[in-house]
Structure formats: structure tokens, C-alpha cells
Write a protein that binds this ligand. Structure first.
Ligand code: UD1
Ligand code: CA
Length: 456
């Protein structure tokens, strides 16, 4: 039987260099808090005991990450990484393998972590290291004459010779719970920073005759931590690039993968084309043959097969069927539903409205709280007056209605099938099927009208 997997995520630090009121681990990559990525990876590994060590901003972190499978472990004083893991000791299962992760290192792949955890035995601990040409302030990996990992020395405690070592400690490690239970209580803080270093357990393992298995990530970005906004932005680009690559592998055309941002989940059919600067949030589905022109924002929506979204459109909480055309410069708000072949043109706003098959709202309109049948033509500048300042009311428009330009439809109001509305009308009463309604001042022409002339 394989050992249970306990995962500790350290997330108590302050993150001073973010210069933010938001705890560092709640800052986003790809629209998700850093620490959420780590928790999601822990879940992907199949762990049923995830411990989050929290300190700075603990209430905010707990509020955001609360879940049945996450235990919050308070660390009221941040006395070092070893001290942080000590706080979680009482929660370890005796026979578990324990994996230690960092709330500000969001993109380690589940594959890399699985390999590390699998290397752990009763006589081996696992350590994730990486070779960095510029090892900066990281802890350095010390190896013996046979190339075996002996210890980690922190940058601040290192000699000049040790500082030249380019293999660094990512911080991520794994060991048997029983070993951590032995070693952690014996850590001392007699070092340059006066902290309890988790890294000291490597030397303890060697002292006790264990081996250290050093694993490496496939990509160095997997172990990059975030301490400031520049690093956050750099890792965001890496994350987006990776998503873009995946989409292209699935057959999506991205006109420029460097100008693609998905901060949620994007599902795509075959032969989808996405032009530059489109941003996706929440759950977005693009069915077969959808094309998106430049600069579109899509959040929580489904776009049906063959639909074309033209440049600069904003779509949120909408369901759009097949063969529709939207934009340029359209705004579809929550509750919008377009049936097959509907067209919504420029400077049109639609909210909480269904637009029937083949209906057109092509220019400069506001359609809110409405139900439009099939084959309706809404003229330019038509507005549904859905709000009396207190309540919202419904506008219903039957199949094949033709609404002349610049019409105001004062809801609640119902236009029947095949109705025609004269341009410039203010419609306040229902219109029966087949009828024409005109509600505007009659035109009067004055014969022999003299224009005023300038007084001399
Ligand atoms: C640590 C490692 C170093 C490694 C580096 C990788 C130690 C002693 N050093 O150094 O070898 O190269 O990570 O980034 O482990 N944290 C707590 N409670 C604490 C202290 C830290 O939760 O008391 C959390 C922080 O929020 C952070 C993480 O642990 O997410 C790392 O802490 P940090 O102080 O940044 O460690 P480093 O000095 O960078
Ligand atoms: Ca750090």
C-alpha cells in the first residue's frame, strides 16, 4: 500500500516588496491567487490532507481559500521556514509522505511534484533543486566528493566559495512524516538570520544515514517564487504563453500567442481563430469555427459554432448560438441569449434579453429585459425604456416585427407578430399582430415660408 500524502503549503510570510494591502499569496496569476494554484496542484496529486500555514493576512487568506479539504495552521510569529513546518507537525499522519510547498511559488507542475514525492522512502528524502546561472539570494546545494547532496547553506550564511555554487534550493522538499517529527523539534536558530531553517534538515538526514534525492523541474519557471510585481508580471507572461501553446496544440489559431490572456477556463472546438488582445475570464466556450476579431473581452459565455465576434466587443454572461454576428463594438451583458443567425451590430447594448433566430439589432440600440421573436428587424437607435426609476419591465416583440429607427419602446409593452413601427415612435401601448403603429408628431409643411432676414 502506498503511503498517504500530506501536503504543507507555507503562506505565512508578509510579502513586503509587493507593497500591497493584499496578502502576497492572494495576488493573481492567470486570475487565480498564487496560493490557489498551489492548492489546486496539491489536489491534482490526490492529497486528502492539505495544510496551509498562515500568518500575515491570515483572515483574508482563510476567507479566500476555505474548502473542506484545506486545514489552516496558524503561525503567529514568522520565525523561519522550519518553524512554519513545525506548526503543522501535529496534523501529520504517522505513516505519511509529507510534501512541502510554498504559497508564493505557483506554477510547479503536478508531474514534477509527483516525481519528488515518489522518490521518498524510509531511507531517502526528496529535494527539488535547479541550476541557475545567477543564483542570487537562494540557498546553495552542497555536494560531497561523490556528488551526493550533503547540506544546504543559505546565501546569507555562505562563504564566498559557496556563493559561487549555481545549484540552488527551490525550497520544495519531501520526506517521511516520522523523520520530520524527529528532526524539526531539534532545529536551532543559530545562523545569520536568527531563523529556524527548514533547510537544516538536509544535513540531519545525511547525519542519520539517509540519502537525498535531488529532483529537477522541467522548466525553471516552475520553481520561481513571486516577491514583487515585476516577478509577478514575468510569471504571468510565462503562464499565458503556456496556455497559448496548449490551445495551439489543440488546433486553435492564435494570431499572436504573446497577445493572448486567459484568466479562467477556455474550451474550444475545431478551427477556432482568435485575433490579438482578446481577454477571457471565467468559463468561456468557443464552439467549432468561431472567430474573434481583435480586442474582445469575453467572460462566462458560450459562443456557438461559426459565430463571428467582431473587434472590440464585450461579452459577459451571454449564450450565443450558431452562425451569429456580433460587433464591432457590441456589449452583451448578463442574461443575453442570441438564437441561431442573430446579428448584433455596432454600439448596441443588450441585457437580459433573448433575440430570436435571424433577428437583427444592427446599430446604436439598447435592448434590456426583452424577448424578441425570430426575424425581427430593430432599426437604428431603438431603445427599450425598461426602467421607471424603481422597477424593470418587459418588452416583448413578436416574429418578423419591423421596428423603425429611433423608436422608444416604453415597457411593459408587447408588439405582436408582423407588426410595423414607424420610425421615431414612442410606443407606450401594445400593438396587435399585423398592425402598423406610428406614435410621433405629424409632419406639417408650410408653403411660402419666409426665412428671417438680417436687420440692417
Ligand atoms: C528559502 C530557503 C532557501 C531557498 C528559497 C527559495 C530556508 C531557510 N531557505 O529562503 O534555501 O533557496 O526559500 O525561494 O528555507 N514562510 C513562512 N513562515 C516563516 C518563514 C517563511 O510561512 O516563518 C514562508 C514565506 O511566506 C515564503 C516561504 O516560506 O512563502 C519562503 O520564505 P522566505 O523567507 O522567502 O525564504 P527564503 O529566505 O527565500
Ligand atoms: Ca523567498
Amino acid at each position: 500500500m502506498t503511503a498517504p500524502l500530506d501536503i504543507v503549503i507555507l503562506a505565512a510570510g508578509k510579502g513586503t516588496r509587493m507593497r500591497s494591502d493584499l496578502p502576497k499569496v492572494l495576488h493573481p496569476i492567470g486570475g487565480r491567487p498564487l496560493v490557489q494554484h498551489v492548492v489546486d496542484s496539491a489536489r491534482a496529486l490526490g492529497s486528502d490532507r492539505i495544510m496551509l500555514v498562515v500568518g500575515h493576512g491570515a483572515e483574508k487568506v482563510e476567507a479566500r481559500l476555505a474548502a473542506d479539504d484545506v486545514r489552516f495552521v496558524p503561525q503567529t510569529e514568522q520565525l523561519g521556514t522550519g518553524h512554519a513546518v513545525q506548526q503543522a507537525l501535529p496534523h501529520f499522519r504517522d505513516d505519511a509522505t509529507v510534501l512541502i510547498l510554498y504559497g508564493d511559488v505557483p506554477l510547479t507542475s503536478a508531474d514534477t511534484l509527483r516525481k519528488l514525492a515518489e522518490a521518498v522512502t524510509d531511507t531517502t528524502i526528496g529535494l527539488l533543486t535547479v541550476d541557475l546561472p545567477e543564483p542570487g539570494g537562494y540557498g546553495r546545494i552542497l555536494r560531497d566528493a561523490n556528488g551526493r547532496v550533503e547540506a544546504i547553506v543559505e546565501h546569507k550564511d555562505a562563504t564566498e566559495a559557496q556563493k559561487r555554487i549555481t545549484e540552488i534550493n527551490t525550497g520544495i522538499m519531501a520526506a517521511k512524516a516520522k523523520h520530520l517529527q524527529q528532526w524539526l523539534p531539534t532545529l536551532s536558530n543559530d545562523n545569520a538570520q536568527g531563523e529556524y531553517y527548514l533547510t537544516d534538515i538536509i544535513a540531519m538526514a545525511r547525519r542519520d544515514g539517509l540519502g537525498v534525492h535531488a529532483a529537477h523541474p522541467d522548466h525553471p519557471e516552475e520553481v520561481e517564487g513571486i516577491n514583487n510585481r515585476q516577478q509577478q508580471a514575468a510569471l504571468e507572461r510565462y503562464y499565458q504563453r503556456r496556455q497559448a501553446e496548449q490551445l495551439m496544440v489543440q488546433g486553435v489559431t492564435l494570431m499572436d500567442p504573446a497577445r493572448f490572456d486567459c484568466r479562467g477556463r477556455l474550451t474550444t472546438g475545431r478551427d477556432v481563430v482568435i485575433d490579438v488582445n482578446c481577454v477571457f475570464e471565467g468559463e468561456v466556450m468557443l464552439e467549432d469555427g468561431v472567430t474573434l476579431e481583435p480586442n474582445c473581452y469575453l467572460k462566462d459565455c458560450v459562443i456557438g459554432a461559426g459565430t463571428q465576434i467582431k473587434a472590440n466587443s464585450v461579452i459577459e454572461g451571454a449564450r450565443i448560438a450558431s452562425g451569429c454576428a456580433v460587433g464591432p463594438f457590441a456589449r452583451l451583458r448578463p442574461g443575453t441569449q442570441l438564437a441561431d443567425g442573430a446579428k448584433v451590430g455596432n454600439f448596441v447594448e443588450i441585457k437580459k434579453a433573448t433575440i430570436g433566430a435571424g433577428s437583427k439589432v444592427n446599430h446604436l440600440s439598447y435592448i434590456g429585459d426583452s424577448k424578441l421573436g425570430a426575424g425581427v428587424n430593430v432599426g437604428a437607435g431603438t431603445i427599450t425604456c425598461n426602467y421607471d426609476g424603481v422597477n424593470k419591465f418587459l418588452t416583448e416583440i413578436g416574429d418578423n416585427a419591423f421596428i423603425g429607427s429611433n423608436t422608444a419602446l416604453v415597457a411593459p409593452v408587447k408588439l405582436g407578430n408582423n407588426t410595423t413601427i414607424g420610425a421615431g415612435s414612442i410606443i407606450t401601448k401594445d400593438v396587435p399582430d399585423e398592425e402598423l403603429a406610428i406614435a410621433r408628431g405629424r409632419q406639417r409643411n408650410i408653403q411660402g415660408w419666409q426665412r428671417p432676414t438680417k436687420k440692417s
